[in-house]
Structure formats: structure tokens, C-alpha cells
Design a protein around this ligand. Sequence first.
Ligand SMILES: Cc1ncc(COP(=O)(O)O)c(C=O)c1O
Length: 492
Amino acid sequence: MSQQNGVPPLVTALKSSALKNAASFQFPGHNRGHAAPASLSEVIGRTAFAHDLPMLPELGNLFCSHGPILEAQVEAAKLFGSSQTWFLVGGTTSGIHAAIMATCSPGEFLILPRNSHISAISALVLSGAVPKYITPSSVNHWHIASAVTPAQVLKAMEELEMEGKKAAAVFITSPTYHGICSNLSRISELCHSRKIPLIVDEAHGAHFGFHSKLPKSALQQGADLVVQSTHKVLCSLTQSSMLHMSGNIVDKERVCRCLRTLQTTSPSFLLLASLDAARAQLSENLDIAFNQAIALADEAKCELKQIPGISLLENTSFPASPAVDPLRLTVGFWNLGLSGYEADGILYKDDEVIGELVESTCITYVLNLGTSREHVERLLLGIKRLAETYGSNEEAEKKVVNVDATFDDISMSLIPRDAFFASKRKVGIRESIGEVAGELISPYPPGIPVLIPGEVITEKVVDYLLHVRSKGAQINGASDSSLSSILVCGKL
Ligand SMILES: Cc1ncc(COP(=O)(O)O)c(C=O)c1O
């Protein structure tokens, strides 16, 4: 990584703007905190409001970058190794929308894994691109999707080529929510040999490349557009992300146009400054920032392996993956007869331990720069107590039914954009089998769609949705979150 400037230019500029005794006749209406609502300012302080400033000449403009905003983005580009970096205030979601719209026009093909985040699917609606899905295999017992392999990408490209078509872009999620990485070096070679841009959803990997034990970043492996949730593993405020570009396949002006189309005209300077601050924080401790988090994760894994009845997701389960994020701990509770939802509920109530990704059989815990030894010890003690209380036996294991969200028998009757705009009707969930889905339905977390508009609804999908809902998953996207009914395409 290049030598970095630790000073955050946007934070510095924001600080001096807020210190001015300006007679402001501008938005926002709280007027630099003078009219901050007491209920909130008593909690977060007036200072936060005083720094919630509009676009001022001395701060710069996000959409025709100059001044401190531009300087902050240039510093980020140097640190992450991009040719250009854009700060995002609509999360990685907005960056994925922009990246797909900037590379795929209506009717063009996008190769992507079927288990992509909902933002990639909504980008298909926005862009009118046609999906060419890859189905990653899933790991036994855990039902966790593996990496996308270069062979799967090549097969998808060749299938299109046999029909005389070419992909406009390839989209890969690496790492996944569980930390599983794909071989991006090989995939980017495949893409570039055909002049196809590679977009990487690196929402969970903004820390990659910053420690010898962390996997290489997508940019280091040749990706063209990379979107990172700086707010997930690094330390910016929620909703702030970065879009990085590299190489010369992608049209930079088109990316700018898409970002201007998709983002608010009033970006929050608190969010933007937090991106600048997170970048400076990392550059001050290059290569050592994650020492403690990685050491704690290694210790925790050793202890978890000793607890009877507890399963730990191991790297060896993913032979197709060149790397797994060492800062993700995925723990299975099925031998105790507990679902992930039940285990999480008990650990939260008894120990105030909160997992990041709670699923039917397991929970994924994320370690980051703020993780302390005390918190890891509390997690381990809580899990040990669960193991002692619920014991481990075959009968208990049978209580936790693993239902696989397999997406390998999907048939698409309409492309997502056409299904999104088609007329709809509501039918009972069981009556929907065989109909064309009119809405995107996704248990959250992890925000992976089980049903995408335009797909034919199968019995397997309905059973899966009802199962995860009965186990406590929140169902997002559905017009009826109780799942008694569902929207399908077509008139009455
Ligand atoms: C794999 C993946 N991609 C994209 C996103 C969207 O990120 P954001 O919340 O920053 O919009 C998420 C969010 O959880 C995600 O898990």
C-alpha cells in the first residue's frame, strides 16, 4: 500500500466551517444546531448538528468534485489502489446500482450469482439488464453458499457465446456475508480476455489487503468496479460506502452520470466526513490496524472448537475458495437442538451478546477494530453455557430442520424489470405455486432474494419461505410480511 497522508482533508474543512459564526439562511432547518430538537441533541449533542452542514464553497460539491471532497476521495483512491474513488451516501446499494447501470444497458446480459444481494437484483430492474445466473454450490449441513468458481463464470460466458451473445458485465460478491472469497484474479483474467468489465460487491471486504493475514482486495486482483461498505468493517458511519474504479474498460463519465441520477442532491457531510476519517484512521496504522482483531478471532476459533455440541465453519469446507475472511466466526448450534434465531435470542437476553447474521442453523459473528477481549470472552462464556444447558445429542439435532434455499431449478418467465412493472394481483401463498412472482422476497439478514420478480414460484421456494419465517426470520420485500399472500404478475 502507498505511503499515506493521515490528515483527513474533509474532516478538517468541516471542523473549520462549523466553527465560523455564520449568519446562516440556508438548509438544514436546524440551522447549525441552533434549532436542534432537544430530544435528539440531548442524546447525541449539539456538535453533531453543528457539523451537519449543506454544500458550502469551502467544502466542495460531491457531484462536481473539487476542494476538500475531491482531496478526500483522491486520498482514498491512493489508499485502496484505485484510479478513481467516489464517496457514496446511499450505502453499497447505491454503488451497486450505479456500477450495473454504468455497464449494462436494457436487454444486455449481466452474469451474476443467483444469491447476489437484493441491490444487484434491483439494479436489474433499474438497468433493464437480463440476468445470466450462476448457482454457487452450498456446503453440507451449513447450507452456506460457496465461492463462485472461474469455471462457472467461463461456462456462463460460453453459453451466451453459443447463442451469439456477450455479457456486458460480470458481477461477483466476494467476500460473501460469511467471508468466503472467490478467485477474482482468475475471474478478472477471464473477463479481460473478452473485454468484459468485472464488478465486485466487496461490501464485506473493505479491510482486505491491509494485513498479511487478510485476503487480497478485489482491486489488487484486477476488478474494474468495486463497491465497499466502509461502514461495515471499517469505521465510517452507517450508510457511507465507496465505489472504486480501475483499468480503462469502464466509461468513467457514465459512472458519474449514474451516481448523479441515483444519489440524493443533499448528501450528508457527516457521512462524507466519516468516510474521510475512516480512511485516515486506517492509513495511520497501515498493515497493523487489524493485529488485535485477527489475534482475538484466532483465539476464539481455538476455544469454539473445544466446546461440545458447537460447530465452527472451517476454511477447509470451501476448497474452491482461495481465502476466507479470518474476522468472521460462523457458529452452528444444531447439535444442541437450537436454531440460530433461538441461540441468538438467548445470548442477547442473558449476556447482551449480539450476532451479525442470524440464520436457521447458525450465527455469524464479526470482529472489527472495536472488538475487545472482554466482548470475545463474553461471547465464548455465553456459548459454553448454552452448550452445558442444552447438551448435545442426536434427538436434539433432529429438532433443527435444515431447509436448503437451493436456486438451481429456477425458471424465469419475465426479466426482473418487466415483472416489476407488470400488473399484479394478490393470491394466497399456496395458490401462488406455478404463478410468476410479482415481488422480490428476501429473508433478512442476509438480504439474499429467495424469490425474484419474473420467476416461476415453486413449491420448494414456498416451503423454504414458510420455514424460515416460522423460525423467526424477518421477511423483507413482501407486501404481506406474514406471507399469507403474495403478489404475482398478471391481471385478475
Ligand atoms: C453482500 C452485500 N452486498 C451489498 C450490501 C448492501 O450494502 P449497504 O448496506 O452498504 O447498502 C449488503 C448489505 O448487507 C451485503 O451483505
